[in-house]
Design a protein around this ligand. Sequence first.
Ligand code: G4P
Length: 533
Amino acid sequence: MSSIQEEIDKRKTFGIISHPDAGKTTLTEKFLLYGGAIQTAGAVKSNKIKKSATSDFMEIERQRGISVATSVMSFEYDGRIVNLLDTPGHKDFAEDTYRTLTAVDSVIIVVDCVKGVEEQTQKLMEVCRMRNTPVIVFINKLDREGKDPYDLLDEIEEKLKIKVHPLSWPINRGSLFKGVYNIHKKYLNLFRAGSQKVEEESLSIHDLSVKELDIEVGEQDANKLREDIELIEGVYGSLNKQDYLDGTIAPVFFGSAINNFGVKELLESFLELAPTPGSRPTDKGDVFPTDKDFSGFIFKIHANLDPKHRDRIAFLRVCSGKFERNKFFYQVRTKKNTKFSSPFSFLASAKNIVDEAYPGDVIGLYDTGNFKIGDTLTEGKDFNFQGIPSFSPELFKELVNTDPMKTKQLEKGIQQLTDEGVAQLFTHELGNKKIVGVVGDLQFEVIQYRLQHEYKASCMFQPISLHKACWITSDNKAKMDEFCRVKYQYIYKDKDGNIVFLAESAWVLNVARENYPEIEFHTTSEFKTKQKA
Ligand code: G4P
């Protein structure tokens, strides 16, 4: 029997983030190939791989080719357990990605060397920065005529606001791309375009002055590489691992995911450098993975993963101690003790029942509607993990039921979809008017589609002009009551019963704040951060 410490030391839990099309799915699949989680090399987009390996559980995603859902893929590599949390790249599902980033210990950012750092990557990096999440950058598509590698490094520093440290370096790019020199491990990987093999052709060159290098890549490129490496080593020195772990320096790797080039070195260096599960803040202080008692939180809820079952699946990140099957755990929000008879892991694509899980692991719990995103599970203690807030949505529409015979289905459907975090629901106390708030327009379509296909309810969304949703709190009950009376048309409740003011415009919000200084207007549901609108 291994100790909890040994189990923790084995685990790496991370996410891959990128702007859509930079190559996240391709890289993920190559990782899974190395991990033995899938067997089919090559043909990245073949349906076979897509079905078994990726997170594309939802039909809508297949239709649109956009990664809507977040999923988890676990595999073993070199004695380690790697938990890879997939994130939707599309900006309309950004909130889903933000929440997933609360459950990882580090991140790999994929950048397309042709396009450079794109907008969505910048936004996601901000979320990483909020938590000082360590990041490694993989510059992808070196087989294309991309930007100059030095320019890319500058662009990353400027746009992602993080210092970089190249740990590998390319020899040329595009049609002249010849390989990547691994500065970290001091060997050269030679590129054979179109090679779909898992193993790359590598050459150990500890001393770049050897003649072998000239023979392999030609004198001109050999000399250029020698100059580049000398310059890089002079500028960057050796990597200070602690800076990376503190989230202030990002190691950078180059490669071509589709050609399976530079992927193995990325994976191996990542496994060597990336942090094992660390401590996490709660409202009662930090929880450490080595704490004896189990604790964890729900960061995602997904309905109907398997069309044959109506159950929802709650994704639990284990933070401390040991999770055990059939043991009673305490759900802090509801104060209920629950045991789980069939928790499962995400090893490969098969869902395996697990008897135990350790810090860093993500397990799936079948749920009949008891969980909400952000719920904490413990061995009896009353504390809540922090940092899983709802943000004010940016787009609002009124949900209108178009089939009165299916009112119940619609109510249930919208409730469950909002519990999953697909959107936020605000309900007016009088008249039951429902406003749905989302981050991107596409989410309205997803909701409509899912309500129809999963709940057989039909609805439409009526445009409504709103600026922001603000959670309001006050120590002055009389003022709060007065405000709610005066603004009753715009006072709604979120799904947890918190009072929310839906402001029509920035001007209205400003006036409200001026007139009611006793009231606090928050743009996230996590009031403890005291973030003001
Ligand atoms: P994403 O998950 O970040 O959205 O990106 P994804 O992996 O789906 O890759 C986006 C496109 O980029 C795909 O092409 C993929 O084949 C291609 N790609 C990934 N890595 C590389 C690389 O190293 N070099 C080159 N040249 N292309 C790469 P697609 O045309 O959208 O799909 P498909 O027709 O290849 O299936």
